[in-house]
Design a protein around this ligand. Structure first.
Ligand SMILES: [Zn+2]
Length: 291
């Protein structure tokens, strides 16, 4: 039974079935949690309602079960946690660190956000997003795979949106609140989120939350170097042979699964993988092209 203090998680967006890239994040976070004798939670990140596809959450959970990736505890849905995000936003507001922004996407096509509305007189009548003020102190952390990473938010990113014009909470705010509330100790996810981590650490610091450890796994790209995603017609998972999928994912993560894996069931393959999971064998890169 899990009894270490480790709590990890897998947090898919229910915009479609899991593809090979999301399987990598699921498997990597699962193995890290299980090898640490910790808990592995699953959270459905449906805060971005327009991207949510009805029924996709159920398909994702079935896929995890078919791969033998069984989670601990209850599944959390971000769409049911708005009151927590409202409270976090109110705290940030009370510190004087938020402001309404009426810029359109067209106004601010260049990154970083130039601070146009930062000191404008508050006008909440117009439809607006809410941005969080940044500063230029260096924020750095040491990723367990990618090494040291740092940003100066004000010059690298600018003040960023925490509540969108359409009224929905932004991913950065929701994920920080949920990770803190679920007492996640280590976040294992794709390296496409590496550059958003300093923004999340900024929010954690302001709200007085602990910063978890981070491990950003390489993401799977197509031959053109783009991250494969549900949007880019990612190859569907082969339901008929879950151990084959696990074998390929372990191989991608540099774990050299034994050849017998093709004939074995998911349970014995995962047992092998938990026993043999070795961080230093994972390629230290942010992207790997799918052969
Ligand atoms: Zn603005």
């Amino acid at each position: 039974m899990p009894n270490s203090g480790y709590i990890g998680r897998f947090a898919p967006t229910p915009s479609g079935p899991l593809h090979f890239g999301s399987i990598i994040a699921a498997l990597g976070s699962y193995l890290q949690a299980r090898q640490c004798n910790g808990k592995w939670l699953v959270r459905i990140e449906d805060v971005d309602l327009p991207r949510t596809v009805p029924g996709a959450d159920k398909i994702i959970l079935k896929q995890l079960e078919s791969l033998g990736l069984f989670w601990d505890g209850e599944i959390i849905y971000q769409s049911q946690r708005t009151s927590l995000y409202v409270a976090a936003l109110e705290s940030l507001k009370s510190f004087g660190l938020t402001f309404p922004c009426v810029c359109t996407r067209k106004d601010i096509s260049d990154k970083p956000y130039p601070g146009t509305c930062r000191d404008a007189i508050e006008n909440s009548k117009t439809s607006h997003s809410i941005r969080l003020k940044t500063n230029d102190q260096e924020i750095s952390f040491t990723d367990l795979l990618q090494g040291r990473y740092s940003q100066r938010l004000e010059s690298d990113v600018g003040d960023f949106v925490i509540k969108r014009t359409d009224g929905l909470f932004a991913y950065h705010l929701a994920v920080v609140v949920d990770d803190a509330e679920q007492e996640i100790t280590e976040i294992v996810r794709g390296a496409d989120l590496l550059d958003s981590t300093p923004r999340q650490i900024h929010i954690q610091t302001l709200l007085g939350y602990a910063t978890p450890d981070y491990l950003h796994l390489p993401v799977v790209t197509d031959k053109a170097g783009n991250k494969i995603s549900k949007q880019s017609h990612a190859e569907a998972i082969d339901h008929t042979s879950p151990s084959n999928v696990l074998f390929k994912a372990l191989d991608f993560l540099g774990q050299s699964p034994p050849d017998m894996a093709f004939d074995s069931d998911t349970e014995s393959l995962l047992t092998w993988a938990i026993d043999n999971w070795t961080l230093k064998n994972i390629p230290k890169t942010r992207k790997i092209m799918l052969a």
